[in-house]
Design a protein around this ligand. Structure first.
Ligand code: SAM
Length: 206
């Protein structure tokens, strides 16, 4: 089956082809290793592809290394890697996923799609070598205070964190401010009226 999944905004034929090939692999592997909830397979584009692609527009132009934590089936990190492969930037992407079967899936997609500058680390975030990321992302991984612990390990000084969050994002920010200071912008989600993408900079422990 040929998928037709362009990301949000205009993308080249090559990028559109890679996104379609990724979707085909996802559907093929999903019954065996439960990459995404079956209920979301009917709306892969909005729930996963567009939801991931919106983060790419928030990437600082001088970023060189994007690290996605707890990538699972590759959201948002693999979509970012596909979009970056077609951009003028030299962005390389690292996906951290401790589930070995999911990490194998991520590596297979990278190989089949020719994503030569995307790397998969199949260890726990807490144990992985510090990554010095310019941009750190994590979707559906952990509450904000724990994400900031991860950012302390893996984000370069002055780096940017992008965390999609649900309707209770303000409570998470309040909880995090007990131990951290940071600048935060709330970008409304383009796929869910209740959700936002939090863009954090200047992260430091109080
Ligand atoms: C709920 S899923 C979200 C996956 C993906 N980010 C998404 O939004 O579709 C969380 C993923 O993070 C991985 N994970 C959870 N804790 C982790 C850790 N400490 N280190 C590495 N991966 C972790 C899990 O294996 C799982 O694939």
């Amino acid at each position: 089956m040929r998928e037709s999944i362009p990301a949000a905004g205009d993308v080249s034929r090559e990028t559109s082809g890679r996104l379609s090939a990724y979707a085909v692999l996802l559907r093929k592997w999903n019954p065996a290793i439960n990459l995404v909830a079956r209920s979301t397979l009917d709306d892969l584009q909005t729930r996963h592809f567009d939801d991931s692609a919106q983060l790419f527009a928030l990437c600082p132009p001088d970023a060189r290394h994007w690290v996605d934590l707890g990538s699972g089936a590759g959201f948002p990190g693999l979509v970012i890697a596909i979009l970056a492969a077609d951009s003028v930037s030299d962005l390389r992407v690292t996906l951290v996923e401790s589930d070995q079967r999911k990490a194998t899936f991520l590596r297979t997609v990278c190989r089949d799609l020719g994503l030569a500058t995307t790397n998969v680390i199949d260890t726990r975030i807490e144990l992985a070598e510090p990554q010095g990321a310019d941009v750190l992302s994590a979707r559906a991984l952990a509450p904000l205070p724990r994400l900031l612990d991860y950012a302390e390990r893996h984000l370069a000084p002055g780096g940017t964190a992008l965390f999609p969050k649900g309707a209770r994002f303000a409570d998470e920010i309040d909880a995090a401010l007990a131990s951290w200071r940071f600048d935060v912008q709330n970008h409304p989600s383009k796929t869910d009226p209740q959700a936002v993408v939090l863009k954090l900079g200047g992260i430091a422990r109080v």
